[in-house]
Design a protein around this ligand. Structure first.
Ligand SMILES: Nc1nc2c(c(=O)[nH]1)N[C@H]1C(S)=C(S)[C@@H](COP(=O)(O)OP(=O)(O)OC[C@H]3O[C@@H](n4cnc5c(=O)[nH]c(N)nc54)[C@H](O)[C@@H]3O)O[C@H]1N2
Ligand SMILES: Nc1nc2c(c(=O)[nH]1)N[C@H]1C(S)=C(S)[C@@H](COP(=O)(O)OP(=O)(O)OC[C@H]3O[C@@H](n4cnc5c(=O)[nH]c(N)nc54)[C@H](O)[C@@H]3O)O[C@H]1N2
Ligand code: SF4
Ligand SMILES: [Mo]
Length: 692
């Protein structure tokens, strides 16, 4: 079905993997005719993909062959941000970049910062040669917190790892709580399993401040206020306890801190939570009854819950529920937030942290990149950041408090290199833009955070124009660095992308030949991970109380922490804004694909009709959404998806497509979550005003 290198025969089908930051990690089949990719489809032989792709990646060829692809290296000629660039040869660009990075490193390598996230989730194009390069350099380290680290740390503290149910077993669940996830939009293949469960008679419950497409299709929707999930979870515990809907045997054998958690939960009668969450008390009681009396019950938790101040505590509180009712005993019971902890990847081999030697560079949090780039240095921060190398990310659009991010990237004394496929908001502010390949042009290998298969991605076509893979770019950059520093001449800076794919799971129970043959391989993992306890925590139990949190001087039990920004904290901004992803974009990717942008229409904010009426706003009106940090102009829609007091600013448009050159992140702030040092994107108070 596939060919090892770009195909020689006239028509072929090449197996790949979807690179995007999505839990589904689909297996792709690219049809190639005469060296041109004609279409990208879902692999019918891969069970999780089931031959179906989302609308976005069905348009992948439109994205790869987009007329606005960056296909040559570009060097800035005008002032920063003027958008004036000239094409430049690879050698000239890389020689200059290497010379400038070398000069900075000779003074202090911590002045250099890599900035990358999950533009591709591939282990090779995402986190291999790049890391080797920056480790050798001794550059500042990046704390990659922008998405999942609050929930991730909460799982680590409670279960001992990012571990959970196998997604395919949701089909056998009798009750599914879809908690903080618009699965139809963001995890279509999980939704297919949930639908199968529904057909088998399962009850589906959605817990989300927004009336999403997913909420529309569930039996019940709890439309709580943003950032109040911990209160809801504690009230559910209260009901489980007072009604005796508990698995005492499981609690006694496999949990830590039951008496303490019980005392905490008993402070949360449903009436109290109803007040905090803005929910009818009967709805909370009913959910507790369903959860306490239905077996097996499963929770599909997702990242919507953890993007507020108390997001880590909320995930911890929710993660306690399956242990209380013994849901883990069944393979179709328990919880799934992320299964990425089970991935046996050879990360150290790919990334070579030992190249740091004795050096221990400072770490900069990607979620506060605005402040970091504006920092003059000193005061415990270390040196000013003088160079940033961005790849697989578009921070100017996606990082919080954009005004500061833009000001940081606009610094004339910041040397910025962006590896990109397109002229994003971030690329616009670069000194050099280096053309990167798309997924159908390079090798890669992928784990998944929503299922437990490993996928191989083969190149289907030759790189377009002069594009090079990230792996290739860092190999080439290392070759230029070697003129200044022998260490970069080492053989590990020459490992090719295909070889890196082979090394990624070598000796870890994943058969590369099976990957070459089928495109995917399933990890050998237990059917029900915690049926017999065995949590990889220090105590070996599900830790309701955490000695680690106590050691940090924090509350060892999960609790409800109110949002940073509420109507009470500042009466001028009475509306809570959340900014979940738009269905036809993937974060800020695909915003430039015309067919998808047409489906999304234009930048929107969803308002409740009552909140609109008091502001004189009608359907389709232009509005200004604002707070002290900035102003975002877009159009209002009263489509029934917003609850009273909450506005939904769907993300993440490119700033340059915005009515006033901004997007939702003009309004978000850089304060971090309780756990995991993550951004609190959905903890953001605003006001809305009609524009003439
Ligand atoms: N189409 C599409 N798919 C995507 C993405 C995309 O941009 N577009 N992004 C990908 C990425 S990077 C990620 S991390 C995943 C995210 O995957 P999910 O976390 O499943 O993301 P969403 O589906 O947006 O679900 C977040 C939901 O949480 C809700 N929410 C907001 N605040 C709260 C709250 O306080 N409590 C509760 N209970 N719910 C809340 C939002 O209204 C939204 O419906 O999706 C991935 N998939
Ligand atoms: N307000 C608000 N902000 C948010 C969120 C939200 O819900 N609300 N969600 C947050 C979340 S969950 C996340 S994960 C972040 C995501 O933020 P990012 O990780 O920055 O994701 P994208 O916006 O998709 O940008 C990825 C970029 O990588 C590029 N790219 C893709 N593949 C390659 C490659 O192989 N090589 C190179 N060099 N480039 C490549 C793409 O062209 C794209 O421009 O945004 C966060 N920001
Ligand atoms: S974005 Fe998600 S649903 Fe769409 S093809 Fe990729 S993995 Fe599948
Ligand atoms: Mo994310």
């Amino acid at each position: 079905m596939s060919s090892a290198t770009p195909p020689l025969q006239a028509t072929s089908q090449v197996l790949g993997a979807c690179p995007h930051d999505c839990p589904d990690t689909c297996s792709l089949v690219t049809t190639v005719e005469d060296g041109i990719a004609k279409r990208v489809q879902g692999n019918p032989d891969h069970p999780h993909t089931g031959g179906v792709l989302c609308a976005k990646v069905s348009k992948y060829t439109e994205r790869s062959y987009h007329p606005e692809r960056v296909l040559t290296p570009l060097r800035r000629v005008g002032p920063k941000g003027s958008g004036q660039f000239e094409p430049v040869g690879w050698d000239e660009a890389l020689a200059d970049i290497a010379a400038r990075l070398h000069a900075l490193a000779a003074r202090d390598p911590e002045t250099i910062l890599p900035y990358s996230y999950a533009g591709t989730m591939g282990l090779v194009q995402g986190e291999s040669m790049d890391r080797r390069f920056f480790h050798q350099l001794g550059a500042s380290l990046l704390d990659r917190t922008i998405c999942s680290s609050a929930g991730g740390e909460a799982l680590n503290l409670t279960y001992g790892g990012k571990l959970g149910m196998r997604v395919e077993h949701f089909t056998e669940s009798r009750l599914i709580l879809i908690w903080g996830s618009n699965s139809i939009g963001s995890s279509l293949h999980f939704w297919r399993y949930a639908l199968e469960a529904k057909r088998n008679g399962a009850r589906l419950v959605c817990i989300d401040p927004r009336k999403t497409e997913t909420a529309d299709k569930c039996h019940e929707h709890l439309q709580l206020l943003p950032g109040t999930d911990a209160a809801l979870a504690l009230a559910l515990m209260h009901e489980l306890i007072t009604h005796g809907w508990l698995d005492h045997d499981y609690i006694a054998r496999h949990t830590l801190g039951w008496e303490e958690l019980k005392a905490r939960a008993l402070q949360w009668p449903p009436e109290r939570a109803a007040q905090v969450c803005g929910l009818p008390v009967e709805q909370i009681r009913q959910l507790a009854r369903d959860y306490g009396t239905t077996t097996p019950a499963a929770i599909r938790l997702n990242y919507g819950v953890q993007r507020a101040r108390g997001g880590g505590n909320a995930v911890r509180a929710i993660a306690c529920l399956p242990a209380l009712v013994g849901a883990w005993r069944h393979r179709a019971g328990g919880l799934l937030l992320s299964a990425s902890g089970a991935l046996p990847a050879q990360r150290a081999r790919l990334q070579m942290p030992h190249l740091l030697g004795e050096r221990r560079p400072r770490t900069i949090n990607m979620s506060t990149i605005g402040d970091a780039l504006l920092h003059e240095g000193g005061n415990g921060f270390g040196p000013r950041v003088d160079a940033i190398v961005v790849y697989n990310s578009n921070p100017v659009a996606v990082a919080p408090e954009s005004a500061k991010v833009v000001a940081g990237f606009a610094r004339e004394n910041l040397f910025t290199v962006v590896l990109e496929q397109f002229m994003t908001d971030t690329a616009d502010l670069a000194d050099y833009v280096l053309p990167a390949t798309t997924q159908i042009e390079h090798w890669d290998i992928h784990g998944s955070y929503g299922h437990t298969d490993v996928l191989l991605n083969r190149p289907a076509i030759a790189p377009l124009g002069q594009a090079r893979s990230n792996g290739q770019i860092f190999r080439d950059l290392a070759a230029h660095m070697a003129r200044h520093d022998d260490a970069f001449a080492a053989a590990h800076f020459q490992t090719g992308d295909e070889q890196l794919c082979r090394e990624a799971f070598e000796g870890r129970g994943v058969d590369f030949n099976e990957l070459l043959d089928k495109g995917f391989a399933t990890l050998a993992l237990p059917e029900a991970p915690f049926a017999e306890g065995g949590f990889p925590t220090p105590s070996g139990r599900c830790e309701f109380t955490s000695a680690e949190l106590a050691r940090r001087g924090m509350d060892p039990l999960p609790d409800y922490l109110p949002n940073y920004e509420t109507a009470e904290t500042d009466a001028r901004y009475p509306l809570a804004m959340i900014s979940p992803p738009a269905r036809n974009f993937l974060n800020s990717s695909f915003v430039n694909v015309k067919s998808l942008r047409t489906m999304e229409g234009r930048p929107l904010v969803e308002l409740h009709p009552d909140d609109a009426a008091t502001r004189g706003v009608a359907e389709g009106d232009r509005v200004r959404v604002f707070n002290d940090r900035g102003s975002y102009e877009c159009h209002a829609t009263l489509n029934g998806r917003a609850r009273r007091g909450v506005v939904n600013g769907l993300g993440i448009w490119w700033r340059k497509h915005g009515d006033n050159g901004t997007n939702v992140n003009e309004l978000t702030h850089q304060r971090l979550t309780d756990l995991g040092r993550a951004p609190s994107f959905y903890d953001c108070a605003v006001q809305v005003q009609r524009l003439a």
